[in-house]
Write a protein that binds this ligand. Structure first.
Ligand code: FEO
Length: 166
């Protein structure tokens, strides 16, 4: 058993991970429609990765004999202004998720939940990697500039999402 407070915050994180998956799926569909195969492939893979994160939270809660609530998800946006603003949105979203993971670590400290504190370290490291990858993408996008979006889309095929590394 883990504390009620920790079980609650882990259930809330399930919603955030599955929403992340749907958000990246919506971005992938938009990029696919706009004719960016490299960008959409990366986003489809990232959507898978976030779904896998959601499953990790579900399985952990079940492993420690806690209740799992499958959340209702709000609808992600379907349209994005351009590639750059979309990736800025990805970075902002990942920073929000990092804050959320840090919040879980804080509750683990407050409730002396050493098991969950140990388990959640995977996500602490994962967030460093995810933010860093999106910053690399934004750096390349800035270097390329709007006129070289074709090159940038090809370059995206060389940036592996965390999902394709598993
Ligand atoms: Fe599962 Fe990108 O946070």
């Amino acid at each position: 058993m883990i504390s009620k407070k920790v079980a609650e915050i882990l259930n809330e994180q399930i919603e955030k991970e599955f929403y992340s998956s749907n958000l990246y799926l919506a971005m992938a569909v938009w990029a696919d429609k706009e004719g960016y195969p490299g960008i959409s492939k990366w986003l489809y893979d990232q959507a898978e990765e976030e779904r896998m994160h959601g499953f990790k939270f579900i399985h952990y809660l079940l492993d420690v004999d806690e209740k799992v609530t499958i959340p209702e998800l709000k609808q992600p946006p379907a349209e994005f202004d351009n590639v750059k603003s979309m990736f800025n949105q990805v970075l902002k979203h990942e920073q929000y998720i990092s804050d959320s993971i840090n919040g879980i670590v804080k509750v683990c400290h407050e409730t002396n939940d050493y098991r969950t504190m140990n388990w959640i370290q995977y996500f602490v490291s994962e967030q460093i990697e995810e933010e860093s990858t999106v910053r690399t993408i934004l750096d390349k996008l800035n270097l390329a500039g709007e006129k070289n979006i074709f090159w940038f889309d090809k370059e995206m095929e060389t940036i592996r999402s965390a999902a394709s590394e598993d």
